[in-house]
Design a protein around this ligand. Structure first.
Ligand code: ZN
Length: 285
């Protein structure tokens, strides 16, 4: 999609199945199951969209998806579908992994960071050898010393190769990491989660990460499972969703299998809903 002077491309970072409660927390199933049909094990389809942002002199990737380092057992258990790799998808749009100079991760859990590295000889190696990885410092601290609940979803092989190569930069708070590409703290699901705001020629796009994982999570009380910081999450959702609706931003829903991006609009009935845009949309007006 042409977005002012920038180019935005969606990449598929994965296709998996998660328990419905992982995505909808305490929201009653009757309210979500029509749009997100659950299988016989109560699992729903979840995507892991990534966003490539290209400017005149930078190439930035937001999120790395689930990656393909999984063993068969895990792949089976989480129903991670095999699909074209990030490198293959980049090749289709004429981008080599070594052209990516910034990798922004909203958090370091494996469904966001897994694709940052690939299997090398006996160890994981960086898929993007020239990229600097940007993450909030509090998220890195958490990932290196996780609590019991999160231990299984933080895998150091996804980010430590960047740190070892001197290619990991921590951010404290808001920062413009490339012209028009700004990371912003989005505490809620975790303390150190960050969103990404992209501005070009009067247009704004916002990558909500797990704060608004699907287009169904636009209503403020719709939260993913047990956020660690629910009050902050609600405050953040209000602030960013209100502004996005008012100013007609392009909104990205990382885990939505059907609506990766769209506009949040206020209906005349007072209901807020999402007007989806096709994944292959060419222009953001
Ligand atoms: Zn997530």
């Amino acid at each position: 999609m042409n977005f002012g002077s920038l180019r935005l491309d969606l990449l598929h970072g994965g296709d998996l199945r998660l328990d419905g409660s992982a995505l909808f927390g305490v929201i009653p199933k009757v309210l979500w199951e029509r749009r997100f049909p659950a299988d016989d094990r109560n699992r729903i389809r979840v995507a892991a969209h990534c966003l490539l942002v290209r400017g005149a002199d930078f190439t930035a990737l937001v999120e790395a998806g689930v990656g393909d380092k999984w063993d068969e057992e895990t792949r089976e258990r989480r129903s991670i579908a095999a699909g074209p790799s990030l490198a293959e998808q980049l090749a289709r749009i004429g981008v080599r992994p070594d052209q990516v100079d910034a990798l922004v991760l909203s958090r370091l859990q494996s469904d966001h960071a897994g694709g940052a590295t690939v299997r090398g000889e006996g160890c994981a190696v960086r898929l993007f050898p020239r990229a600097t990885l940007y993450v909030q410092s509090s998220e890195l601290d958490r990932a290196r010393a996780p609590g019991e609940r999160e231990r299984a979803s933080y895998e150091p092989e996804n980010w430590e190769p960047y740190a070892e190569a001197g290619r990991l930069e921590t951010v404290d708070g808001e920062r413009e990491i490339r012209p028009g590409v700004r990371v912003t703290p989005l505490a809620g699901q975790a303390a150190g989660m960050q969103g990404v705001r992209i501005d070009s020629e009067g247009r704004t796009a916002f990558f909500f990460a797990d704060a608004v994982p699907t287009s169904a999570h636009v209503p403020i009380p719709w939260l993913m499972e047990e956020p660690l910081y629910p009050i902050e999450l609600i405050q953040n959702k209000k602030r960013w969703i209100d502004q996005a609706a008012r100013e007609g931003w392009l909104c990205l829903f990382e885990h939505d299998p059907d609506v990766p991006w769209g506009r949040i609009v206020d209906g005349i009935d007072g209901q807020r809903r999402v007007y989806p845009l096709p994944a292959a949309q060419r222009e953001f007006p």
